[in-house]
Design a binder for this molecule. Structure first.
Ligand code: ADP
Ligand code: MG
Length: 140
């Protein structure tokens, strides 16, 4: 299995509850290494751009409001099969459907305030990493 990278966001519901460390510990214990990390407050333009694929969905406006409601921690994660490894430890979008031991099962408040984002493909991971990080900010 190849070592690859994925993009993660610790969302405002998690930073608000001081769970940056708790979430990161679960990522690391799942075999992922944090090779870039910064705490930022997304602008409306950034949130709309980042979630552009969901623009037509009924929850888009609320999602942008939520993602700009407080600080987030954007991260690049590295590990074997990183996209799938991260999606597995994240758990299902809706915490009610998330497996035991996943980040969303342990920490998420709702289908919207679900504590973490993770890229869904290698292609999107590359796009999302480039959205927030310059190449020299990622240190493997
Ligand atoms: P995931 O984050 O698991 O990849 P999606 O890409 O489908 O899920 O959705 C992006 C984000 O939009 C979710 O993580 C969640 O914050 C929000 N979201 C998704 N579906 C809903 C919904 N039905 N109602 C409210 N918010 C939603
Ligand atoms: Mg998604």
């Amino acid at each position: 299995m190849a070592v690859t990278r994925t993009f993660s966001i610790i969302k405002p519901d998690a930073t608000r509850r001081n769970l940056t460390g708790g979430v990161t510990k679960m990522l690391e214990e799942a075999g992922l290494r944090v090779v870039a990390s910064k705490r930022i407050h997304l602008t409306k333009d950034q949130a709309e751009g980042f979630y552009g694929v969901h623009r037509e969905r009924p929850f888009f406006g609320d999602l942008v409001k939520f993602m700009t409601s407080g600080p987030v921690v954007v991260q690049v994660l590295e590990g074997e099969d990183a996209v799938k490894r991260n999606r597995d430890i994240m758990g299902a979008t809706n915490p009610a459907n998330a497996d035991e031991g996943t980040i969303r099962k342990v920490y998420a408040e709702s289908i919207e305030a679900n504590s973490v984002h993770g890229s869904d493909s290698d292609e999107n991971a590359a796009i999302e990493i480039a959205f927030f990080f310059k190449p020299d900010e990622v240190v493997g």
